[in-house]
Design a protein around this ligand. Structure first.
Ligand code: ZN
Length: 193
């Protein structure tokens, strides 16, 4: 038997982590053994996966996806979960296929699109090969419709303006004070040249 690959995608504030934690808790109730991972680049609460709604679960921070392999060799594991997969490199499926081939289910979640409206290579790589895909929507902060996109806003001369296509996709701490994100629908989402 092989494991099953599940992926939860959506914009920021769509409840992806909360849904991931819900699935982990259900499996633990069913007495399944699992390991929870998160990318080390996600600096919020280093060894915790925390939803915005307040649910929390312990996690192993990893710097690359292949780190998972040494943890699953240590004992019997029914499933693994990985949050924020958009932070990993594009070759993520090859590694996870090794995990699936050991009859271990993989639960994953990540952003569907970056602030430019482009897919992340690692997320795209899993979505097209997944056995189950869940697209969560947030609420557009401008008009209240379902939001499937993440708006980046940049503070310039005291005004919050849409980010530019030329900006870097992943920002590391430092410039963070001048950037914020909002969920928006396709109509209200904006990008500058
Ligand atoms: Zn809208």
């Amino acid at each position: 038997m092989k494991g099953r690959l599940e992926i939860i995608i959506g914009p920021m504030y769509s409840g992806k982590t909360e849904e991931l934690i819900r699935r982990i808790i259900r499996r633990r109730i069913a007495k399944q053994e699992g390991l929870v991972f998160k990318p080390v680049i996600d600096t919020r609460d280093k060894s915790l996966v925390k939803s915005r709604a307040g649910t929390v679960i312990e996690a192993i921070p990893i710097s690359q996806i292949s780190d998972i392999l040494k943890y699953i060799e240590k004992g019997k594991v029914n499933f693994i979960s990985i949050d924020e997969i958009q932070f990993f490199s594009e070759t993520i499926y090859d590694i996870l296929e090794n995990v699936l081939n050991k009859n271990i289910d993989v639960l994953s979640s990540g952003l569907n699109l970056d602030f430019k409206g482009e897919p992340f290579k690692s997320v795209e790589d899993l979505v097209i090969r997944a056995d189950d895909i869940t697209l969560l929507k947030a609420v557009c902060v401008v008009c209240g419709k379902d939001a499937t996109r993440t708006q980046r806003l940049v503070l310039k001369n005291g005004n919050w303006l849409p980010a530019s296509k030329r900006d870097d996709v992943i920002l590391i701490d430092g410039s963070i004070e001048s950037v914020k994100y909002e969920p928006r629908c396709r109509d209200c989402w904006e990008i500058l040249d």
